[in-house]
Design a protein around this ligand. Sequence first.
Ligand code: SF4
Ligand code: SF4
Length: 499
Amino acid sequence: MVKKADFEAPVLGDYTEVPAVTPGAMQHSQPYVAKPAHNEALGYPGELVDNWQEVAVNKLGELVKGSRALRVYLDSCVKCGACTDKCHYFLGTGDPNNMPVARQDLLRSVYRRHYTVAGKYLPKLVGAKDLDEEMLDNWYKYFHQCSQCRRCSVYCPYGIDTAEVSMAAREIMDTIGKGQKYCNEIIGKVHKLGNNLGLPEPALADTLEGLEEDVEEEINVAVKFPLDVKGAEVLLVTPSADFFAEPHIDGLIGYAKVFHQAGISWTLSSHASEAANFGLFIGSVDNMQKVAMRIREAALELGVKRIVFGECGHAWRVGYSFLNTLAGPFDFLDSNYPVPQHIVEVTHDLIEQGRLKMDASANDDKRVTFHDSCNVARASRMGAKSGGQFSLPRDVIKASCNHFFDMPADTIGEATFCCGGGGGLLTDDLVELRVKGAKPRMQALKDVHEQHRITHMAAICAICKSQFSKVLPYYGFEMDQIISVHQLVGDALVFNSDS
Ligand code: SF4
Ligand code: SF4
């Protein structure tokens, strides 16, 4: 049973309305601040340093010098307003600081004050502001009300990416010793033990052994969940939530069934037992690289030929867009396959080659829609064709079930709404924000449910799955209406007992 928090969940109407602007509506919302040990494990000062204003301003200067994109984002906004009603957190809360342009301005105003001539001499005229305690307080609150989903950038005529601004602000805050507990504690666990959960190798091995027994009992086929097997063809790197959480674990079972039926040898790694890379959320290339290097080290140690990522949205962004830069070259892998590949690409290829025996009617008890996850939709691709990140998951779902219906067009694909829990916000101290930020997606789900009697929403992101399990009940849905795409696949695969 999900415990409901002390606030009113938004009521869903007939269509998504732009809310009345309510200044300060989410001024009370902020995540727990990291403890000294959490910050220090990542190479940051444990607590707010004495000369924090000076350090922060210097760091901002360093960031704009090192990233032409960030400088352009901070320089080029013309206040056209096109982004103002595009953020799910503004739509769910009405707080004007959750309009993307206002969020950017929190950083932009300090940038202008220190790094533009007009801001130095005529600050009021150009909206330049000092970085004082009130400003830092607003940075901490409102840059932790951005899930870095990039939806606003799709509608901005200049392509200004608030996610990058938000990452920069978080990196500056880490640099002065004001990190966020949830992200920093998790990254520390990955550095120490290899996964977000802090799950040691024996516990992981036990979990996988238990899964083997469960699956064999259910389908009478000895599907393996191998760990640290040298010489396997594929290294599967998957979010650690896949090892224990619902509905994630059914996705992991689905991947294992796919590999088993296709006769592809594979292994998980206890060294790289996490696909997620929260270094992205705090804007830290150093931490992102340290996490990514574990994948390279595991691939070399195990002597695999391919690296495949499980269902995790931001992990796929890091994998697809940055893995080669962070941890390459991967010239020791099989050059016939992209580095890395997504499990959806693997399954899609196998379906096209006729190597999977599927019976979609096994899912006839379900009427399914699909939630495009932000990082997959707007920060990566799949397959060889443009838009593959939208078509491949849908092809795989349609091969696995007979009743598929999309949500309204302006809420899917490139325009998809964030689940409300991405970007390092999937923590109970932000539950109000998460529930309210989920409103646009819940509205779209309600629409498709009313039209097509949808029973389930499938996703390929561990954060989306956890977030929806939590927030669906606030909107009158059941928490188990969110499922893994590879649960549908796994349930549709046909096995003979001698397979
Ligand atoms: S990146 Fe997403 S969460 Fe952040 S301001 Fe833009 S729309 Fe909102
Ligand atoms: S859409 Fe772009 S240019 Fe227009 S206000 Fe928003 S960030 Fe500025």
